[in-house]
Ligand binder design. Structure first.
Ligand code: 3EB
Length: 315
């Protein structure tokens, strides 16, 4: 498993590769002609357009039920895009339902990581914010999966400027280990002041692969307990966000020689791209995207992948 970022002019080289599980385009207009699943997001980077490439072993690529997926025996990447005009609860339930049928059908029954982007995240739909409608649908779709022993993935949910709902996931044949943040109430236990159904994700998922441990960290924002911190103060929000990221990494037991492999930041306001980043976060390959964080008072959200040292399995 490798995560890399490539500029637009590397497209043809990427399209010819056979080891790619999935590609996510940010700010890219060009059509994708490769065999690997491609997610055309409406999110734009603060810098030039960029491809995010998740590569693995030789991958088999399939389209079924409108889900484009690829798998290499260890990881499955699956992606679906649905029109997101209204009834977000149904759209979310449909997207998760299809992804789960395909993933479980191929024997990759454990969601590790999910990303969901859709427009007008704060608009109201039948008296309820669309993000909260989304949570209702996701909850409905995950209920049976959780009842049969499935695990909530780590996740990111961001408002896009336009386009479809895109949901893309990574799944495995074996369960990951859920890591929660001691500074935060688990999202799936949020009180109902944040909506009738909680957001079904874990703060991070840890997996063992290729002799290392990998921590997939959810989109992380300035939330302590269940409350947003420092509304209107982006620098204070950034500090709380990094404190949450640090706390999660400390809980995951990755060892001292851990390494931040990739970081994505989502910011409501392009000016916030200039905020200063502390170590170890500022040294990793990073992508900063313009997007709406799912609580309107939050200015930024950061996700990451951190790996333990490559010295054999740690448990
Ligand atoms: C939060 O911690 C901030 O609904 O899938 C972060 C990551 C957030 C994922 C989701 C929401 C989601 O509640 C928002």
């Amino acid at each position: 498993m490798r995560i890399s970022y490539y500029p637009l002019d590397r497209r043809e080289e990427l399209e010819g590769r056979g080891d790619i599980l999935g590609v996510v385009g940010y700010g890219i207009e060009a059509a994708w002609r490769g065999r690997a699943p491609y997610v055309a997001t409406a999110l734009a980077p603060m810098g030039p357009p960029m491809y995010e490439v998740i590569a693995g072993g030789p991958a088999i690529s399939v389209i079924r039920e409108g889900v484009h997926y690829a798998h290499d025996g260890e990881w499955l990447f699956a992606s679906v895009a649905l029109a997101a005009r209204d009834a977000m609860a149904s759209v979310a339930a449909e997207a998760y339902g299809r992804i789960l049928r395909v993933a479980e059908g191929e024997g990759y029954g454990y969601l590790i990581r999910a990303w969901q982007y859709f427009p007008d995240i704060h608009a109201t739909d039948e008296g309820l914010e669309r993000y909260r409608q989304f949570n209702r649908g996701r909850h409905r779709a995950l209920e049976a999966y959780l009842a049969r022993g499935g695990l909530r993935p780590a996740a990111t949910c961001i408002g896009a400027p336009r386009g479809d709902l895109t949901l893309h996931v990574l799944a495995r044949r074996v369960p990951g280990i859920a890591i929660e943040n001691p500074r935060q109430v688990s999202a799936y236990r949020y009180p109902d002041i944040y909506g009738p159904r909680p957001p079904d994700f874990v703060r991070a998922m840890k997996v063992a692969s290729a002799g290392r441990e990998w921590l997939w960290i959810s989109g992380t924002a300035a939330i302590v307990g269940h409350e947003s911190q420092a509304p209107g103060d982006r620098e204070a929000q950034a500090r709380e966000t990094f404190a949450n990221l640090d706390a999660l990494v400390a809980c995951a037991g990755l060892g001292a020689d851990r390494q931040v492999l990739a970081v994505k930041a989502y910011m409501r306001d392009p000016d916030d791209a200039r905020l200063s980043w502390p170590r170890p976060w500022r040294t990793a390959p990073a992508l900063t995207l313009r997007g709406d964080i799912c609580r309107s008072e939050l200015a930024l959200e950061i996700e990451a992948v951190v790996a333990g040292g490559a010295r054999g399995e740690r448990r």
